[in-house]
Design a protein around this ligand. Sequence first.
Ligand SMILES: Cc1cc2nc3c(=O)[nH]c(=O)nc-3n(C[C@H](O)[C@H](O)[C@H](O)COP(=O)(O)OP(=O)(O)OC[C@H]3O[C@@H](n4cnc5c(N)ncnc54)[C@H](O)[C@@H]3O)c2cc1C
Length: 376
Amino acid sequence: MDADVAIVGVGTMGSMAAWQLAKAGISVIGFEQFGIGNDRTAAGGESRLFRTAYMEGKEYVPLLFEAKNLWRELEAETDRELLTLNGGLTIGDPDTDVMQSLLKSIHEFELDHEILQGKEATERFPQHRLFSEEIMVLDKNAGFLRPELAVVSAIERAESLGADIKRYTTVQGVYPGKNGVTIVANDKEFHFGKVLITTGAWTWKLLPRLRDQLIARRLVLTWFAPKNVEEFQPDKFPVFARMRKGYRLTGAPTLDGTMVKASNTKNPDTVPEPDNLNRDVSIEELQEVGEAVEKLLPGLTPNPVRASVYMDAYTEDDHSIVGTLPGMDNTFLISGFSGHGFKMSPVIGKIAADLITEGETKHSIGHLDPYRYANA
Ligand SMILES: Cc1cc2nc3c(=O)[nH]c(=O)nc-3n(C[C@H](O)[C@H](O)[C@H](O)COP(=O)(O)OP(=O)(O)OC[C@H]3O[C@@H](n4cnc5c(N)ncnc54)[C@H](O)[C@@H]3O)c2cc1C
């Protein structure tokens, strides 16, 4: 046996699971096809939003608060600042389903928040143009994460606790058996007690039966220059999600306060072959997001100054898959975070470690059960 557990794919979730498993004293070998913290995974692009008032479902709220604790733990263990809480605005029509879902999460968990509308809202956050039917919801436990540094930090910590991370090593096959799992990587065989598959947008390539359940999608991030830099400093300009028909504009001030990342993440295109992601951004894509920015954030110059392309794995219901695979003993899958997984990655890593070592977790993850795809 080469180690107790193999982790296939050391990006966002794989790095957090490696940290948590190594912390629990489990011997781990991680396989990553690229380098650690590289820009081709779902963790690229400088920042990720952290929010606790959650339009994607109130069942995430306890997970997000546990994730926040674990982000602070990783910061303390690696002496780095990974999460900055500068607040988060969600702006939209309160009668829409997504805003109703957000408000439900706030009320059920009594989250620290403010609801702003009309003149009060635009005086407080003049960077956003507000339409008469819209409100602003300020989530006080929101902000932004440094994703590449977070992945690097988790792996640095995992390695210091004994994890063996094999970089530039592609897993070609995973073969579960009665007494463990065989893995072939860079044409070499390895043997483990259990395997955790955290291959993000590439997952269906290793598990073709999930091709229709885990769809790789392409997301374009874009950055804009403020007309007045002072107005867009992190202490004045919280991270935001702007929900309007046709787009979902999300963004954050850049870490140095000189730019704003504002991207349209609604209805991302399918990527038929994750190894051939189209990284070119078309003029039409740039114009479309520029028009949204011109309409909604008039203090930004509406031509993107930078654009880059990433992928994530999406499920049909936008809830991820976390657990053992039906009919595949000793094989755990964590994938399908549908464009909103980064913020919760440390708690997902902890849950993976719980499931692998104890066979259960205290966290409530019924909505992430792989058995909802049992017939795949
Ligand atoms: C542009 C964009 C913006 C986003 N914004 C937010 C946000 O603001 N807030 C938020 O919470 N979430 C956000 N998300 C979602 C979040 O980033 C993802 O859900 C999360 O990073 C997915 O993690 P993962 O581990 O599943 O995938 P990844 O981080 O991509 O990791 C998968 C890893 O597996 C490796 N791999 C794949 N196949 C193999 C193989 N055969 N052998 C070896 N290695 C392999 C890959 O190289 C990669 O390193 C965003 C996602 C994108 C793409």
